[in-house]
Design a protein around this ligand. Structure first.
Ligand SMILES: [Zn+2]
Ligand SMILES: [Zn+2]
Length: 125
């Protein structure tokens, strides 16, 4: 009996360790994201943007899946274009916060900046 109990205890300990390790890993991932910086996803705000084979993707969400005009476009340029899109809206005289949306009609998905307040809808990428 004592042996069984010892084993159960041991098992519980192992599980706790595994859980702890998983938690640490998660923390690390967050930490890494923080350290690495990168361009935050304009859709979810949590993930970081990256591109693969000419498609702009997000590490955090599935919604971001936009083909890039220039396959080799560096993330700094993407970030700049997103900023320019926001500037354009602000310069048009609206102080509301617009939001980025991925829309896909008949063609490939595109990223646009939309504002419900002034009806702004401009291609961002
Ligand atoms: Zn995202
Ligand atoms: Zn607006």
């Amino acid at each position: 009996m004592a042996e069984l109990r010892a084993q159960a205890l041991w098992q519980a300990e192992q599980e706790a360790d595994a859980l702890q390790a998983a938690l640490n890993e998660e923390d690390c991932a967050l930490f890494e994201q923080h350290v690495l910086g990168g361009v935050p996803c304009p859709l979810c705000g949590l993930g970081r943007l990256w591109s693969q084979a000419g498609t702009l993707l997000c590490t955090g969400c599935e919604d971001m899946r936009v083909p890039l005009v220039d396959e080799a476009m560096p993330m700094e340029d993407v970030s700049e274009l997103l900023g320019l899109a926001e500037d354009g809206h602000r310069c048009a005289g609206c102080s509301l916060r617009p939001k980025f949306e991925v829309t896909s009609g008949a063609g490939p998905p595109i990223l646009r900046l939309c504002c419900a307040g002034c009806g702004w809808s401009e291609l961002a990428l």
